[in-house]
Design a protein around this ligand. Structure first.
Ligand SMILES: [Zn+2]
Ligand SMILES: [Zn+2]
Length: 522
């Protein structure tokens, strides 16, 4: 009777101390010292699951990053080939992690924890602008006809200045003001909503809502492109994607520099994104009647035995008169307000921006009407193709890109279809490349140190052959009950804090508040 209670207490104590409450235990053999021990890896290190402590830590890092870039007074230092450099760094880091995973495999051990880390890195690599997975091939870019170009010609266009900073204004008393913007963008209405729930679920446009959520990140990209064109400088932003009560994603964006509010509204109104995918209005295969896989050929029509068009063929078949599968725009509710550096107002915005980072998109909506609404939304997403590789394409007679055996429509495992993501599988935080004034090397080092720390490793130059990592088998006699492990981590955390305080008292002229914040974040 007493034990589960003790564990709950340990969890509470761990949360209060910012210690991960869902640690993943890994065995680590140090080939140099011969030490073989169990290391608790914080769940946040997998970049997927995040307990309240890991989520909080992540939020604090993000707030620091947001604050750092918003009202910058000097151009950030960015080397010209920064993107490639970041990509190269990610790839090298991934190779490093892969080596460790392979070592674990060679030792005949399970690798799922390493695989989770690698999957997270693959996502980052894709987000860093590289197409496909490391091992995959990259396809040549498709040429679009002019009719399919998506720029908004009815917007004013200023001459581009090569700066990332906004204008400053000088007051009569000589003080210089550097106004910035806080913008909120929402999606259109899909039907009348009361308390976050459709008044009439039968007429609520779930299909449109689902497709808008799936393609939301593309619309945001277009908005930024248009914003830069109109503003006439290399506008930088820090944005977060959050759920509205009605489950549509919306966007809060801190923008460095300012534009007239009317122009921001004009840009939002003129921005759109067309999805040039094959049509899905005809369901060709469903239930038991599904395309059949044939080795070395692909998916065949079960009735005629004919090969279904591949993804590329299906795109080639879209003729000049084709309509886009989907057209997405923002709704009328555009909010833009000016914010001055260092004001309580700007702090408030930063807190607001990061408010939802500790929650998932579909969380915290719990009355029966909302549950019903969520279920309808997830159902609408079920057969909606989320990407070119989605198995749902088989339902509409097209082989998904990269088709492989075992694909079943309605069973796509991508995040977009899951209730906790509700169609939006993109990143929750979007930060432009020249946001903060850290050099790329510093950012890289931060990230590397953070991930390695989270993995319980000191950030020394890595010798991939030094450690052998293996998962801990259930029933391993060395694995203490989780409550005890949590308390141990708490003790370690407190020792570390005491050490930090000691350094603080020793150091003179240091920014104490900054150090404290780092301590809390850590
Ligand atoms: Zn955690
Ligand atoms: Zn899918």
């Amino acid at each position: 009777m007493a034990q589960p209670l003790a564990r709950e207490v340990a969890e509470e104590v761990a949360k209060l101390n910012g210690v991960c409450i869902r640690p993943v235990a890994l065995r680590r053999l140090d080939l140099v010292t011969g030490k073989d021990e169990i290391i608790d890896v914080p769940c946040g290190a997998t970049l997927e699951s995040k307990c309240p402590s890991c989520a909080k830590r992540n939020r604090q890092l993000r707030m620091a990053q947001c604050r750092e870039g918003w009202h910058l007074t000097e151009e950030p230092v960015v080397s010209p080939d920064a993107a490639t450099e970041e990509q190269r760094w990610l790839v090298e880091f991934r190779a490093d992690m892969q080596a460790r995973r392979d070592a674990a495999e060679r030792a005949g051990e399970e690798t799922q924890d390493w695989d989770a880390v690698l999957a997270g890195l693959d996502e980052e690599i894709n987000a860093a602008g590289m197409r496909g997975k490391i091992v995959g091939r990259t396809a040549p870019k498709r040429i679009r006809s002019t009719r399919r170009r998506q720029d908004a010609p009815n917007l004013p266009k200023r001459k581009m200045a090569s700066t990332t900073l906004g204008r400053t204004f000088e007051a009569v008393d000589g003080q210089v003001y550097r106004p910035s913007l806080f913008v909120t963008l929402t999606l259109p209405s899909y039907g009348k909503v009361r308390d976050g729930v459709p008044v009439d679920p039968e007429t609520y446009d779930y299909q449109r809502a689902a497709r808008d959520a799936l393609h939301f990140s593309k619309l945001v990209d277009r908005f930024v492109q248009n914003l830069r064109r109109v503003a006439g400088y290399d506008v930088q932003y820090f944005a977060t994607v959050e759920p509205q009560k009605r489950l549509a994603p919306h966007l809060h964006m801190a923008i460095r520099g300012t534009l007239p509010r009317a122009e921001v509204k004009q840009i939002a109104a003129a921005t759109y994104h067309q999805v040039w995918w094959p049509q899905t209005n005809e369901v060709r295969f469903e239930g038991e009647h599904l395309p059949v896989w044939e080795e070395e050929a692909g998916y065949l029509d079960p009735d005629t035995g004919e090969l279904l068009p591949t993804w590329d063929q299906a795109l080639d078949d879209l003729d000049a008169d084709a309509e886009p599968l989907h057209l997405i725009r923002f709704g009328d509710q555009v909010d833009a307000k000016g914010v001055l550096a260092g004001t309580p107002d700007s702090d408030q915005c930063i807190r607001y921006l990061s408010k939802y980072l500790t929650k998932s998109l579909g969380e915290g909506l719990d009355n029966p009407a909302q549950r019903h609404h969520t279920a309808r939304f997830v159902e609408a997403l079920r057969y909606e193709p989320c990407s070119p590789t989605c198995p749902n394409w088989l339902r509409y007679g097209v082989q998904p890109k990269g088709a492989k055996p075992g694909m079943t429509p309605g069973r796509c495992r991508s995040k977009a279809h899951k209730p906790e993501h509700l169609g939006y599988a993109g990143r929750r935080v979007l930060v432009s490349r020249k946001w903060s004034n850290k050099t790329l090397a510093e950012h890289k080092q931060d990230r590397r140190t953070w991930v390695l720390e989270a993995l319980g490793q000191a950030d020394e130059p890595t010798d991939p052959h030094r450690y052998v990592w293996r998962p801990v088998r259930p029933g391993d006699p060395d694995l203490a009950p989780v409550g005890m492990r949590l308390l141990r981590s708490v003790a370690e955390r407190q020792r570390w804090r005491a050490h930090l305080r000691e350094l603080e008292t020793r150091a003179s002229g240091q920014d104490l508040s900054a150090t404290e914040e780092e301590g809390r974040a850590a």
